[in-house]
Design a protein around this ligand. Structure first.
Ligand SMILES: [Zn+2]
Length: 89
């Protein structure tokens, strides 16, 4: 896998194809990082109490993480950066 902070020339792309090298240019890299961040924020959280997945729930005060095995486990966590006093549509 080859990562660049700019863009690849056509020659580089052809060369990479021949060598079966994955090219990550700037825009692809950003997409990748963005996808990972999103995963981390919304999908990849695990309950520290019981190890089940955390899921997004929408409560009285906005969105928060709740344990998937609720009501067996009542762990909740604020979503960082979200404004829980604000009603999100
Ligand atoms: Zn739990």
């Amino acid at each position: 896998m080859v990562i660049t902070n700019s863009y690849f020339t056509d020659n580089a792309k052809i060369l990479a194809k021949y060598n079966e090298v994955e090219l990550y240019d700037r825009s692809r890299l950003y997409n990748l990082l963005e996808a990972q961040n999103t995963n981390e924020m919304f999908n990849k959280s695990v309950c520290p109490k019981c190890g089940a997945d955390l899921v997004i729930r929408n409560g009285k005060y906005g969105y928060f993480y709740g344990c998937e095995s609720y009501p067996k486990c009542s762990f909740t966590k604020n979503i960082e950066g979200s404004n829980n006093n604000h009603n999100v549509k």
